[in-house]
Design a binder for this molecule. Structure first.
Ligand code: NDP
Length: 460
């Protein structure tokens, strides 16, 4: 190790960085990790975890409503935002402490400081201290990006601030049609806010299966979320009654809060990457190979900063694979295909594999099985809602190459379906699987009628 202070210096103690540091230390490496904010990173501190807690909170309102059809009189219910936020903060502090303890137990030295790369083997801390490192791992994540600034930008919050609002907004406008916009629209809707979702395209959740996009838009509308498409926010002005938001079609909406969820940008600025010769892509992500190695042989990068598949479990896998490769003597690539994903909207979306459009583009023959049905629970509750399920099948091999679910517990369901798809299960395997009755998921093993077949005539 020569003149190096550590074998590995990790910049950023988020999901990817923490896993890499812990596993590398487990292999006997001397590891130091720098974090300028809080240990745990976006997912634990201001992403997946606090978001899911707010999602749980937001779903009680439907349960209270649905209970009536089952004979319950719930009476007057009230909700206290301050209690929810305080409880959520306590849980996040607990998790942060748990992450810190895990690192310490593995003898990873934590420095609470911004760190920048001075040269390929030197990291500089905010104190001016220089650490010589054999290997450097950049795991600095990403941050909200609001696009071109508009007049009244100062009244716009991102999801970061949404977790710490003093008061719940009575009326909120959210711009964006991706994961975060849709999830927060459902959260605030469930908690009782009046929600307007402004999206620049035709259908929310671009990149998802078309049926899923349409189904979710309808469901959001049924729950009272106003989805405005083909529009963007032009400017925002503070007025007596709140914030006056002007849209591109000149419509004006008065709300109490505006939130933008218009994508996230990798955190690459000011890290000294250019100075070290680390290549950055046009989309601002650090360019890496299949082993997460950058253009500089001893500098690696994992997670959102590389702008590959920006999801926590992927960052964790990348961090682990990096440590196995560099410190465990086991070169490991991460398979970025068939990554299951979920949108924690109400109702939930769970997806794994190819959409119908992707399958048609990629495969010679494609069979589509799909159904939309009223969930059993809605029969007595009287709720106007439907569940949607779709299987995308490779017509040549009979393999299920995509599964798309919109409905209760879609995230939980798709996690399990992802195992079957990863193992290469065929539609015949799904059909041979006995149903669990009565469930919504039994639909996945009982869909027999092809809704659409592509390319079959040509193939025959
Ligand atoms: P997304 O990239 O998912 O969505 C951004 C949305 O903002 C899109 O609808 C996009 O429109 C729109 N948009 C982009 N630029 C502008 C603009 N200038 N004006 C108006 N609208 C604009 O980003 P998110 O911020 O929602 O989430 C970031 C990432 O975080 C996700 O991609 C995901 O990887 C991760 N994430 C995952 C979650 C999960 O797993 N459940 C939850 C939350 C985040 P268009 O479609 O036209 O491009």
């Amino acid at each position: 190790m020569g003149d190096h202070d550590v074998d590995l210096f990790v910049i950023g103690a988020g999901s990817g960085g923490v896993r890499a540091a812990r596993v590398a230390a487990g292999y006997g490496a001397r590891v130091m990790i720098a974090e300028e904010y809080r240990v745990g990173g976006t997912c634990v501190i201001r992403g997946c975890v606090p978001k899911k807690l707010l999602v749980y909170a937001s779903r009680f309102s439907d349960e209270f409503e649905d209970a009536a059809g089952y004979g319950w009189s719930v009476g007057k219910v009230t909700f206290d935002w301050a209690t929810l936020i305080a409880n959520k903060d306590r849980e996040i502090a607990r998790l942060e402490a748990a992450y810190t303890t895990t690192l310490e137990r593995h003898n990873v030295e934590i420095v609470k400081s911004r760190a920048t790369i001075e040269d390929v083997h030197t990291v500089r801390l905010a104190t001016g201290a220089r650490i010589r490192a054999e290997t450097i791992l950049v795991a600095t994540g990403a941050r909200p990006h609001h696009g071109t600034p508009i007049a009244g930008e100062k009244y716009v919050i991102s999801s970061n601030e949404a977790f710490h609002l003093k008061k719940m907004p009575r009326r909120i406008l959210i711009q964006g049609g991706g994961y975060i916009a849709v999830e927060f629209a459902s959260i605030f809707n469930g908690l009782g806010s009046e929600v307007t979702l402004v999206y620049r395209g035709e259908k929310i959740l671009r990149g998802f299966d078309e049926d899923v996009r349409e189904h979710l838009m309808r469901e959001l509308g049924l729950r009272g979320i106003k989805v405005l498409t083909h529009k963007i926010v032009k400017c925002i002005e503070k007025v007596d009654r709140g914030l006056d938001v002007a849209l591109s079609d000149n419509a004006q909406i008065i709300v109490d809060l505006t939130m933008f969820a218009t994508g996230r940008r990798p955190n690459v600025e000011g890290l000294g990457l250019e100075r070290a010769g680390v290549k950055i892509s046009e989309r601002n992500g650090i360019v890496v190979d299949a082993y997460s190695k950058t253009s500089i042989p001893n500098i690696y990068a994992v997670g959102d900063v590389t702008d590959r598949v920006n999801l926590t479990p992927v960052a964790i896998r990348e961090g682990h694979a990096f440590a196995d490769t560099v410190f465990g003597g086991k070169p490991t690539r991460v398979d970025h295909s068939n990554v299951p994903t979920a949108v924690f909207s109400e109702p939930e979306v769970g997806v794994v594999g190819l959409s119908e459009a992707q399958a048609v583009e990629k495969l010679d023959t494609v069979d589509i099985y799909k159904n939309s049905f009223r969930p059993m629970k809605a029969t007595l509750s009287g709720r106007d809602t439907r569940v949607f399920m779709k299987l995308v099948v490779d017509g040549n091999t009979n393999k299920v190459v995509g599964c798309h679910i919109v409905g209760p517990d879609a995230a939980e369901l798709v996690q399990v379906v992802a195992i079957a798809i990863t193992m290469g299960a065929t539609k015949a395997d799904f059909d041979a699987t006995m149903a669990v009755h009565p469930t919504a998921a039994e639909e996945l093993v009982t869909m027999r009628e092809k809704a659409i077949s592509y390319g079959r005539a040509a193939a025959e």
